[in-house]
Design a protein around this ligand. Sequence first.
Ligand SMILES: [Zn+2]
Ligand SMILES: [Zn+2]
Length: 154
Amino acid sequence: MLIATLKELFAEHGLKFTNQRYLVYRTMAAARDHPSAETVWRRVRGEAPAISLDTVYRTLAAFETRGLVARVPGGGDEGRFDGDATPHHHLVCLSCGAIEDFSMPGAGLADLPPEVSAWGRVRDAQVLVRGVCRRCLCQVENQQPDANQRSECR
Ligand SMILES: [Zn+2]
Ligand SMILES: [Zn+2]
């Protein structure tokens, strides 16, 4: 994204353009792995060695409040962030912590039971699938002496 465009985007959201915000935003826009604040910090430090983890946290929080990044539900205590703030669904591995996106067009809102509409106005609904990813399953199964047990990792 061009710096001029980003300056406009920040201004629209009442954020002053700073180099640190720019780097955090750029890192999030490029990230597909739903990084934690600490991971973002490690990526940004190469270009901004003086940036503190606290600044990264605060920047992400400011972006989150303004809908520029999203916090992934189920991302654990450390919190995981998503450069794609549009509603979508997630697969969370409880073993390695990997978080992936998946899409399920038309699903979500249409499947909500009546008590949800009674509860209030729904903006979006996201599906959170938690389990163990294939990579982790294979790591365990490859240690099995019996090849017949290795079913789930193909
Ligand atoms: Zn995993
Ligand atoms: Zn996502």
